[in-house]
Structure formats: C-alpha cells, structure tokens
Ligand binder design. Sequence first.
Ligand code: LMR
Length: 328
Amino acid sequence: TLKSIAKFATAASILTASLNVFAEPVEIKFSHVVAENTPKGQMALKFKELIEQRLPGEYVVNVFPNSQLFGDNNELAALLLNDVQFVAPSLSKFERYTKKLQIFDLPFLFEDMDAVDRFQQSKSGQKLLNAMNRKGVVGLGYLHNGMKQFSANDPLNVPKDANGKKFRIMASDVIAAQFDAVGAIPVKKPFSEVFTLLQTRAIDGQENTWSNTYSMKFYEVQSHITESNHGVLDYMVVTSNTFWKGLPADKRAVFKSSLDEAIALGNKIAAEKGNEDKQAILDSNRSQLVTLTPEARQQWVNAMKPVWAKFEDQIGKDMIDAAQAANT
Ligand code: LMR
C-alpha cells in the first residue's frame, strides 16, 4: 500500500503540474470613470501592458473606462469588496474615507501643477497616501490631470456672474462651500451624468480640467469656459489592503514599479493634454474662452478663499502651510 500511495502521490503531482501549465491567469480589474484618451485612461492601459509583459500568463489586467463597471458612487465600495483591484478616483472623492485629502479642493491654494507636484512629493504629501489605511484603502501614488476651469452657459467674468446658477460638482463638501461662497447652487452628481445634465440644462455649469471638458464633450453644451485655474483635479491610485497584502511580495514589487512607470507616463500626458485639449476646444468654436483680468481674478480669490478657514480644523493648519510652501 505504501507503493500505491507513492504512485498516487506521483500521479497527483504530475496532474497538479500539468494543471498549472494550463492555469488561467489571475484577472485584475482596473475601473475608472473617464475616457481612454485622458491621462488616467492612458495610465491604466500602460499599467495593463507592463503587468502582462512582466508577469506573462500569471495576471491579466482588464481596464474598464467610462464608468462601464463602476462609477463615482460605488467604485470605492467595490474596491473594499475586492470586486475591483485598482481605482483612481479624483482626490475630491475620498471624503467618506478621510477628511485629510480635502486639502486638494481648497480654492486658489496651488499656483500651478508644479506646486501641486512639489506638495504631493513632499513628506506631507506622501503621508497623505496612508490617510485611509485604517479603512482598508491603500494609496499607491498620485496621478495628475490638471487645473480646473469653470464652464457655463453664460460668461463668468466676476463672482456675481455665478450667483444663483446651478453647478455640477464632485461629491466634496469643500467644493460645495466654494460655490456657496459666490451664491451659486452646487449639485453633487457622478461624472457619468454631467454631459446629459448640461445638455438638458438641468444644470447651468460645471468645473473641470481641459482634458475632461474635451474628452466628455462638455464644451459642446457650454457656451463659455472661464480660464480660472482655481483648483486642482488630480487622482490617487488606490487598491485594497486585502488585495495588496494578499499578493506575494515579489509580485507586489512588480505591481508597484509598473504602476510607478504608468503614472509617470500619465503625468507626461497630463502636462501635454492640458494645452492640446484646450486648443482643440478653442479650435472647435463651440465654446468661447473667458480670460480673467488680474482684477477680476482677484475678486474670485477674495470670494472663495474664506472657504479655507471652514475646513482648517479637519485638514490641519500644518498641512495647509506645507501646501502653501510648495508655491515658492
Ligand atoms: C469628475 O468627476 O469631474 C472627475 O473627477 C472625473 C475624473 O475622474 O477625472
């Protein structure tokens, strides 16, 4: 019987070995809400390419753009249920998990994308990647999109032009306060609904980057875009603690380095796209550009900057100081 046990064991191990040869690769899902021709869309595709090249046969990465799989209202919950392994919501969409990231929504805090980048790479910025660890959300890196502009169906030159108008906003209390500050009516809605809301005039305007305004065709249903650069729209690429810790250490290292490379490409595209997509919108003649005089811009700053004080306790004064220091 010892012999037959040995025989059985050999047969079993041959069977297992041959099964491994035909083993299906593990499916990894990356879900996002924007188009493919965007910094985030391209970053996700690069990540897929690198993982499948470096861990062939072991993993496939399926990317779901345009809120096809999950949208703003459920992508983080889905992540924690391990129904998706990577998402990259805008920094404005983590409020339920941490109040610390609200810093990125403070109006007129960052002078430009270089300042945003300096802050994100600083000690304070890197610390924020861990702000949701206790909730099971692991921050793996920041990804740029760009500075936000206002759009509407009327020219917005000075704050009183926004008075009484409805603006779609991301689910962020800071952004809500920013629009309250100029007497506008903020309406929290998922990204996937914005085009239709604008087209049907259910809302009057919105704020977004040149890239999102172009790729989602918002400029076709908005008569004016004000070049305000009043805030930043960037992302955090996140995974769940369950998935991340469940990966073998050597694989995890490949995932991390591939992601870093994909993010570097995404950031390069973000820097280029800001200008390209703005130009494409201007060339289309569908939307008119509103350029603010320094005096007019100062009026927006004066109206919106008091929002900082309301959130200072939740965000931390030290963080706000660190962010401001990145401007110089
Ligand atoms: C938005 O909701 O306007 C953006 O956060 C969409 C995105 O992911 O860029």
